[in-house]
Structure formats: structure tokens, C-alpha cells
Design a binder for this molecule. Structure first.
Ligand code: DX5
Ligand code: ZN
Length: 216
């Protein structure tokens, strides 16, 4: 299992310090890119990823909550993203966008909103390296996990097993020590956590608590 702290919940004035605070405790950090259109909130773009890249050895996991991601994907890749997830709902050219990520040698993730049926990802499974199942509606940190989304995680895990495919299922939103166990039991193995890590005074202890709650 893997915890991916989201810097969305960190102090926006001190992102370098946020990366230092988790370095060694995890191997990955999650960047929530929001464009003010696909989601009502606006965060940061490739310039931030580029600026932080030399400051950290962590895997940079970039979650694009932006419309028509294929038009700006390359700037996130050039900035140093190791993994890029795009939303199924954000473009009519999902497969093309996923191929662009892979052709650049990065891992391609496909994200789905709570309102999107999990079957939407089934025809694309050969084109993805991980699936990001949103467990809240994207746009803001600090929301409560929507329990029905875990049924989609379970259905996806079953489908992958039937196809003999073992790729990560990442869950994102409302993950805390009370929800990480049920999410893991449903079949998730990567857990984005913003508030539960950076909303505490001690990110390292919070990561340890999440691992403990998940049963390691
Ligand atoms: C929501 C983002 C999440 C968010 C999770 O749009 O995609 O990554 O940061 O935050 P918490 O863990 O606070 O729900
Ligand atoms: Zn996210």
C-alpha cells in the first residue's frame, strides 16, 4: 500500500517545507491541479511542479482536474511529472490523451468522478497504468468520503482480477484513519490524503497513523 500526501492541504506559502516534511515517510507526493473550469477551484500549474522538481526525489503524481487536458499535458510532463492522471469527464479524447502520457514515458492515470460509472474505464484499461477513483467530488480538500464510491473500487478490482491485470487503484478524497481500512478492503492500494496528513501538526506521525489504521 502507498500513501500519497496531497500538497493541496499544505501551506501554499511553503511547499518546499511540505515536501521535506514527508520525504522518507512516503515515496510519492500528489499535486492537485485545478483550472477553475472543470472544477470550481483554481490551484497551480506546471511552473510550480518545475520549481519543486529539483527539491525532491519523491515520485511526482499529478492529478489534472482540467478541461481538455490533451492541450496542456506536455507542459506538466516537461515540468517533471512522473505520473499524470486525467479525468474521463474532461475530454472526448481520453484514449488519445492517455497515449500522449505513455508516449512521453510517464505513467498514465485515468480518474473518474463519483457520478461516473466505473464501467467507463473498462474499455480503456489496457491504456492506463493506474486508475484514480474519486471518493469525493473533485475541487476541494477536507470533504467526507462518499461510501458508494467504494463499490466502484470493488467492481474495478474484480474486473482487473478477471482480466489478470494487476494495476494500482488510487482513491482520492476523504481518506483518514477511519476510511482507509474500508477503502483498502474494497481493493484500493494507493491512498491520497491531504487533510489527514498536512492538516495535522505532524505529517510523519499522520502518515504512520494512516498505515497503522490500514493494517500496513
Ligand atoms: C480533491 C483532490 C484531492 C484532495 C484530497 O479535488 O483531488 O486530492 O486534495 O483532500 P482530502 O484528503 O483533504 O480529502
Ligand atoms: Zn487529487
Amino acid at each position: 500500500m502507498r500513501i500519497a500526501p496531497s500538497i493541496l492541504a499544505a501551506d501554499f506559502g511553503c511547499f518546499r517545507a511540505a515536501l521535506e516534511a514527508i520525504e522518507g515517510a512516503v515515496d510519492i507526493v500528489h499535486f492537485d491541479v485545478m483550472d477553475g473550469h472543470f472544477v470550481p477551484n483554481l490551484t497551480f500549474g506546471p511552473a510550480l511542479i518545475r520549481a519543486l522538481r529539483p527539491a525532491s526525489k519523491l515520485v511526482f503524481d499529478v492529478h489534472l482536474m482540467i478541461e481538455r487536458p490533451e492541450t496542456s499535458l506536455s507542459s506538466y510532463i516537461d515540468a517533471g511529472a512522473d505520473r499524470v492522471a486525467i479525468h474521463h469527464e474532461a475530454t472526448p479524447h481520453v484514449h488519445r490523451a492517455l497515449m500522449m502520457i505513455r508516449e512521453a514515458g510517464r505513467q498514465a492515470g485515468l480518474a473518474i468522478n463519483p457520478g461516473t460509472p466505473v464501467e467507463a474505464v473498462f474499455p480503456l484499461l489496457d491504456a492506463v497504468d493506474y486508475v484514480l477513483v474519486m471518493t469525493v467530488n473533485p475541487g476541494f480538500g477536507g470533504q467526507s468520503l462518499i461510501p458508494a464510491t467504494l463499490k466502484k473500487v470493488a467492481a474495478l478490482r474484480r474486473r482487473l482480477a478477471e482480466g489478470g491485470r494487476r494495476i494500482p487503484i488510487m482513491v482520492d478524497g476523504g481518506i483518514d484513519p477511519t476510511t482507509i481500512g474500508p477503502a483498502k478492503a474494497a481493493g484500493a492500494d494507493e491512498f491520497v490524503a491531504g487533510t489527514a496528513v498536512f492538516g495535522t501538526g505532524d505529517p510523519r506521525a499522520a502518515i504512520a497513523a494512516l498505515k497503522e489504521a490500514a493494517g500496513r
